[in-house]
Ligand binder design. Structure first.
Ligand code: 13P
Length: 252
């Protein structure tokens, strides 16, 4: 047994208007008001952050953003700074999601800068790593994860990473209905925890929460959470529906 508190996060991606986001968030807080032993976070689109914060601030549900730029301010049209999302009520920020790597040219280097910017602004990064189907088929999974993790966290001290959350999201399992088996996910989570231990020591490796993401739903969360190195989930599609997401949060 470990004493890592389960962490279940909803990544709403590019879904929901302000009104829809507020409604889902309010329904969710009502449904999970009795949940005591799980940390819950939702990451709505930027446009809804402030209003969702107002809607959930009296509850235990926490707020996160889906991305940041690393500069404090400046002539960077279309970008959002760490301080801006913090001022909208965020405590977390998802960084390096595979959709950002795939569609918006994020690299291990930009991910590294964003993690640094998050930590410097007292935001907890939810740092995403994961291999594509081609990489898994080519038996390259562990090399890819090794590179993503080492480059993403290059230059950090163990103290920097105290609040970091790691998320393993195999790209082939995102939005496809194909979940990694709990054994496949556990194998990777164990690998990632060992890597953290080698790089940053036993203490951080023992306390860092590693989430699984990719087609998580009420039907498979229990099995995933029974694995010793799976500490939570980063949920996409199923988190858009408050009832379904609450079922996932109440997996026990
Ligand atoms: P799905 O749960 O829709 O597969 O998405 C996972 C994800 O990308 C969460 O960040």
């Amino acid at each position: 047994m470990n004493n890592r508190r389960p962490f279940i996060a909803g990544n709403w991606k590019m879904y929901k208007t302000c009104a829809e986001a507020v409604e889902t968030a309010k329904t969710l807080t009502g449904l999970v008001s009795d949940v005591k032993n799980v940390d819950v976070m939702i990451a709505p689109p930027f446009t809804a952050l402030s209003q969702v914060h107002e809607a959930i601030k009296e509850s235990s549900v926490m707020l996160g953003a889906q991305n940041i730029f690393w500069e404090k301010e400046g002539a960077y049209t279309g970008e959002i700074s760490p301080g801006m999302i913090a001022s909208a009520g965020c405590r977390y920020v998802i960084i390096g999601h595979s959709e950002r790597r795939q569609f918006f040219g994020e690299t291990d280097l930009s991910v590294n800068k964003k993690i640094r910017a998050a930590i410097n602004n007292s935001l907890a990064p939810v740092f995403c790593v994961g291999e594509t189907e081609k990489e898994r088929d080519g038996k390259d999974t562990f090399n890819i994860l090794d590179k993503q993790l080492k480059m993403g966290l290059e230059g950090f001290s163990p103290g920097d990473l105290e609040r970091m959350i790691l998320a393993y999201e195999p790209v082939w399992a995102i939005g496809t209905g194909k979940t990694a088996t709990s054994a496949q996910a556990q194998e990777v989570h164990r690998f990632l925890r060992n890597l953290i231990e080698n790089l940053f020591g036993k203490k951080i490796a023992g306390s860092v929460r590693i989430l699984y993401g990719g087609s998580v739903k009420p039907e498979n969360i229990g099995e995933l959470m029974s694995m010793p190195d799976i500490d939570g989930a980063l949920v996409g599609g199923a988190s858009l529906n408050a009832e379904k997401f609450a079922e996932i949060i109440k997996y026990k």
